[in-house]
Design a protein around this ligand. Structure first.
Ligand SMILES: N[C@@H](CCC(=O)N[C@@H](CS)C(=O)NCC(=O)O)C(=O)O
Length: 214
């Protein structure tokens, strides 16, 4: 398997965690999101992912994009350990938690959005930072409440083993720290982060451990 990604990219980080949890070997092909205006915009990479976003996973002659689709694909091909609960209700809940991060937090403070706010709409660094903090805090606050309220509240977002909800959460927390968000407001998410980072699959997927880390 070949993973096109970037060490600091949250969506790439998600896929690295999923691959590690499944015990799969993969080659990393770094796409630097800043260098030379962004390698994601090179014609060669856009032929792999027309969205000019990372990650992309090459497997079995196919290229897959979108981290959640990639994780579901891996989970279906390699069911152990499962990244989703057994019951339909459990799966719906875990997917909803993952989507809070992947649809409501991450896209509106993604690099290209922040670059547009700054370069095209002429917002200052401080305003751009406040924008990111606002949406991160709003989403994490909802997620904290969702985790606390659900009946399977345990060591992880859902129960006693990691799911795609935890896989989305951990990179989002790393990203929140880059924007100096006050994470003390989310004690349950902090406790879950500690549990996750104690697992090698999560720890080894961390940005600073990647071959392209700066
Ligand atoms: N929904 C996509 C998001 C992918 C995405 O936004 N990737 C970011 C890095 S985390 C990216 O490539 N950004 C490049 C840019 O904004 O130009 C997924 O989950 O794979």
């Amino acid at each position: 398997m070949k993973l096109y990604g970037f060490f600091r990219s949250s969506a790439s980080y998600r896929v690295r965690i999923a691959l590690n949890l499944k015990g799969l070997q993969y080659e990393q092909l770094p796409i630097h999101l800043r260098r030379g205006g962004g390698e994601q915009f090179n014609a060669g990479y856009k032929a792999i992912n027309p969205q000019a976003l990372v990650p992309a996973l090459e497997h079995d002659g196919r290229v897959l994009i979108q981290s959640l689709a990639i994780m579901e694909y891996l989970n279906e091909l390699y069911p152990k350990p499962p990244l989703l609960p057994e019951t339909p209700a459990g799966r719906a809940l875990v997917r909803s938690m993952a989507l809070v991060v992947a649809c409501e937090i991450h896209p509106i403070q993604n690099l290209r959005v922040l670059v547009y706010l700054k370069n095209n709409l002429k917002h200052s660094d401080e305003e751009v930072n406040r924008w990111a903090q606002h949406w991160i805090n709003l989403g994490l606050s909802a997620l904290e409440q969702m985790v606390v309220a659900q009946p399977k509240h345990g060591s992880f977002c859902f129960g006693e083993s990691p799911t795609i909800a935890d896989i989305c959460l951990i990179p989002q927390l790393a990203n929140a720290r880059r924007f100096n968000c006050d994470l003390a407001e989310f004690p349950t998410l902090m406790r879950i982060e500690e549990q996750c980072l104690a697992l090698p699959a999560f720890a080894n997927a961390a940005p600073e451990k990647q071959p392209d880390a700066e």
